[in-house]
Design a binder for this molecule. Structure first.
Ligand code: UMA
Length: 468
């Protein structure tokens, strides 16, 4: 892609937009950036852009700004059907996302990982497996460091490990991962994609440009993933925690085994399931996917084992925070959809105090009811989605009615929820933040929400010490 002297518009001035604009400018483009936020709201971002000679439009996307551009680069958070983009497309404007821009410049093979849940854990672990296996791995994408920012870090011999979201995949064109992984597909982001089919189609685009010498890694236990196998030209490798797979990573007699039946019918024992340091069946799936990706890149079994054994839970993903008076506190702020909350609940047998709520994404919370009845003592609702959640989940007034449904406490804020849970939880109980919602109503992002959770828990633990 020759950017020299090209007129390029960057839409959105978050992490992706700022990194893209600076990259484009450094490669000789004439860059304009446009954001709906006001100049005041973007006071941190604007000076560096102006210093680099980039034109900045704030407070909305002017129709004229989108005209006559050679290329438009959109941030993931900008919907593809935003009116100025529709308008630009209708007159033949070329629109790509930041991931596509990055893919045109990244030097090494790409391992791309998507899925509704588990992306960050799997992406991080895959990076660590590759590093243990002697590769120069660079890790980024939806996980936090924009892919375009990796171009400077990566060397010819690097392997690029990218977490990719459905938003990012909607705006690819030539993006072609050597290994494309889909972990699972369950309803999420329906406020943007509108239907589950459209969301699945966006995820399946990870395979769109793959060829016969590439690899598609899919979850054999997830029906939507199984149906995706017909949508790739790449060699399909499976992972499964429930059944043996002909080709890929599975579990046999308590051992993780990798099989490559197409090649030399090789079967390699990687490690015992019992050696895995992370909680939860969903984490076994994430590990199997990462093992598969690492093995496909040629990492030795003992190196893979070493990386998995040493792997710590990623921050905000079922992260253990503290024990206060025999009550364990877990931060799963990254559980931003209902399926992630189900997986978090499945990680604890019973006696859970669950904090739910935040910004709704068009989710159906009634699917939680069965697990709430079986495992949860009390639910605390917070944020903008609280009323919707309260309507959709079954509750009982006292929490111990014959229905077995948990009591639901309208707590409004995270702090209030934690204080109320701390006041009633008994030794052996678990207090779990797995909110099934986005965070943007009360927090900057899910990391901020998780951080606040940890700070309040630490304060409660301190207060307890003083009391004792
Ligand atoms: N904006 C506009 N016009 C619009 C919409 C938004 O100008 O119509 C502007 C906003 O005012 C804001 C900017 O766009 O200033 C934000 O852009 P962005 O939402 O793309 O945010 P970035 O900071 O660039 O972060 C993005 C990803 N965000 C989203 O997909 C919403 C980050 O994923 C990612 O880490 C980062 O790129 C680097 O790749 C976050 C996320 O929530 C963690 N992802 C979703 C998820 O994981 O579920 C998909």
């Amino acid at each position: 892609m020759d950017l020299n002297n090209k007129r390029v518009l960057v839409v959105g001035l978050g992490k992706s937009g700022v990194a893209s604009a600076l990259f484009l400018k450094a490669h000789g483009a004439r860059v304009t950036v446009s954001d709906t936020k006001t100049g005041d709201e973007l006071h941190n971002e604007i000076p560096v852009l102006l210093d680099h000679g980039i034109t900045v439009e704030t407070g909305g996307h002017g129709e004229r700004t989108f005209r006559g551009q050679d290329l438009i680069v959109v941030s993931p958070g900008v919907p593809v059907d935003a009116p100025p983009l529709l308008q630009a497309r209708s007159v033949g404007g070329e629109i790509i996302g930041e991931i596509e821009l990055a893919a045109q410049f990244l030097p090494g093979p790409i391992i791309a990982i998507t899925g509704s849940n588990g992306k960050t854990t799997t992406t991080t672990l895959t990076g660590e497996i590759l590093t243990a296996g002697g590769f120069a791995a660079v890790v980024g994408g939806n996980i936090g460091t924009p892919a375009i920012a990796l171009v400077e870090q990566a060397k010819a011999e690097s392997v690029i490990v990218l977490e990719v979201s459905s938003f990012q995949l909607e705006t690819i064109r030539t993006f072609r991962p050597k290994v494309g992984v889909v972990l699972n597909v369950t309803p999420d982001h329906l406020d943007r994609h509108r239907t589950f089919e459209a969301y699945t189609d966006a995820k399946a685009r990870i395979f769109e440009n793959q060829q016969a010498d590439d690899f598609a890694v899919l979850n054999a236990d997830d029906p939507t993933c199984v149906a995706m196998a017909s949508r790739t030209r790449a060699q399909v490798f499976w992972f499964s925690r429930q059944k043996e797979v002909k080709q890929g990573a599975g579990v046999r007699d308590g051992n993780i085994v990798f099989r490559d039946s197409a090649g030399k019918n090789v079967q390699r024992e990687i490690m015992q399931v019992a050696e895995i340091p992370l909680k939860g069946a969903h984490n076994l799936e994430n590990i199997l996917a990462a093992v598969c990706a690492g093995a496909l890149m040629g990492c030795a079994p003992e190196k893979i084992r070493q990386a998995v054994r040493e792997f710590k839970a990623v921050e905000h993903r079922l992260e253990f925070v503290a024990t206060i008076r025999g009550v364990d506190y877990y931060n799963d702020s990254k559980a931003t959809n209902v399926d992630a909350t189900i997986k978090a609940l499945e990680s604890f047998p019973t006696n859970i105090h669950l904090i739910l709520g935040g910004k709704d994404k068009g989710s159906d919370y009634s699917v939680l009811n069965e697990l709430l009845r079986q495992r949860v003592k009390r639910v605390y609702t917070i944020g903008a989605a609280a009323e919707k959640i309260e309507k959709q989940i079954a509750s009982s007034k006292g929490g111990d009615s014959q229905s077995g449904h948990p009591e639901v406490v309208h707590a409004e804020t995270l702090e209030n929820a934690l204080r109320k849970a701390n006041a009633v939880a008994q030794p052996g109980d678990v207090v779990l933040l797995a909110p099934a919602c986005a965070s943007f109503d009360q927090f900057k992002n899910y990391e901020h929400r998780g951080q606040v959770f940890k700070e309040i828990v630490s304060a409660l633990a301190e207060a307890e010490k003083i009391r004792v």
